[in-house]
Write a protein that binds this ligand. Structure first.
Ligand SMILES: Nc1ncnc2c1ncn2[C@@H]1O[C@H](COP(=O)(O)OP(=O)(O)OP(=O)(O)O)[C@@H](O)[C@H]1O
Ligand SMILES: [Mg+2]
Length: 350
């Protein structure tokens, strides 16, 4: 059974700002879906639409087989918990303990049961030491853990998590991943909006990418999505970045949020310069170095021209004709350098 079946939903905020454009997808019961996309692509908005905080302008949403468009049944609210991107939106009581007790109190659970559940949650989230603290005095990461605790406190069937790892230290991130996987094993349906590309393979069965135009760009298993470098570049989720390694510029595609995932554009270059490589480079003549550099420069010239053109198109789409024209000119001039590089390569071989 589908937990969510979303058909062509669109939404614009009151100021006319479009945030979702004919987005369709489904989430099976017990499935974990991650939603990725750049800032402002509409991830949070999609989560608000899924939990009934917002109503789509057009299209339909079915939750557990019921069409909820414009009529969100209160009993479904109890089954779906949303972790807000900004934990301030979620916490308003005087102590962490009170925050974690509130949901179960509203469900009408027995006092003993509430106390037991809250103790367990404090342990599960490693926040026992925060129980008597005021939620407003906590650090960003601590606040997020407490906010996550309030979601779990009602034992929901569905968790909608908006940037859950923002502000978490490395150990807490690992603990979070473990906890999500425990929740998956317990059969929970989980939808996570995240910029943290490093966790999507660890926490999800499927990933969907929202483009800057607020439309669904692609979806698939996280491994395939993460390997589609061209698509990730188009979605602006990774960027090209130039490093200086030893003696020549070395270009990678970088994932936006963490610097470890180097996809090498130049695949013959080792990622780490060992002592032996350094020595080999020192032993090279200046001419050999130039030959190498020319190969490298000419190989990447085309890539650069393509990137300038892509940005020219983006500038045109956003109405900036002047910038678009200059970027196009840069792209054309860059392209012309292909011929010059070829000439230089021939000349250096003589
Ligand atoms: N309350 C609002 N009023 C008007 N426009 C809004 C409002 N909230 C969001 N928007 C706009 O809607 C679009 C989608 O915003 P949304 O917060 O859903 O994006 P997001 O993908 O979650 O971004 P981020 O990665 O920064 O969290 C953006 O252009 C944003 O400026
Ligand atoms: Mg958001």
């Amino acid at each position: 059974m589908d937990a969510f079946n979303v058909k062509k939903i669109s939404y614009a905020y009151k100021n006319g700002k479009k945030a979702a454009d004919e987005v369709s997808f489904s989430v099976k019961k017990g499935e974990s879906l991650t939603i990725i996309g750049t800032n402002g692509s509409g991830k949070s908005t999609l989560l608000y639409l899924l939990n009934g905080l917002l109503t789509p302008e057009s299209g339909d949403i079915e939750i557990f087989g019921r069409n909820i468009t414009g009529n969100f049944p209160p009993e479904l609210r109890q089954r779906i918990s949303l972790l807000f991107q900004n934990p301030h939106a979620q916490l308003f009581l005087l102590s962490v303990w009170d925050e974690l007790c509130l949901g179960p109190l509203q469900l009408g659970l027995e006092k003993n049961e509430i106390q037991k559940r809250t103790e367990e949650l404090l342990g599960l989230l490693n926040i026992k030491h925060l129980r008597d603290r005021g939620p407003w005095d906590l650090s960003g990461g601590e606040m997020r853990k407490v906010a996550f605790g309030t979601c779990l406190s009602v034992n929901p069937d569905v968790l909608l998590l908006d940037e859950p790892t923002t502000g978490l230290d490395p150990r807490s991130q690992v603990e979070f991943v473990d906890l999500i996987n425990e929740l998956r094993r317990a059969g929970k349906t989980i939808v996570t909006a995240t910029h943290d590309l490093g966790i999507i393979e660890d926490i999800s069965d499927r990933t969907m990418v929202i483009g800057e135009d607020h439309r669904l760009l692609t979806e698939g298993n996280p491994w395939d999505v993460m390997e589609d470098t061209d698509m990730l570049l188009r979605a602006n989720l990774i960027h090209r970045h130039v490093h200086r390694h030893c003696w020549y510029a070395h270009e990678h595609s970088h994932f936006g949020t963490h610097g470890h995932e180097h996809i090498q554009v130049e695949n013959k270059q080792p990622q780490v310069e060992s002592q032996a490589i350094k020595e080999a480079i020192i032993a090279m003549t200046e001419l050999d170095k130039l030959k190498k550099l020319l190969e490298y420069w000419s190989e990447h010239n085309e890539e650069h021209a393509k990137t300038y053109l892509e940005w020219a198109e983006k500038a045109a789409a956003s109405g900036d004709k002047e910038l678009s024209a200059v970027l196009k000119e840069i792209a054309e001039n860059t392209k012309k350098m292909d011929g010059l590089f070829e000439k230089a390569k021939k000349a250096v071989r003589k």
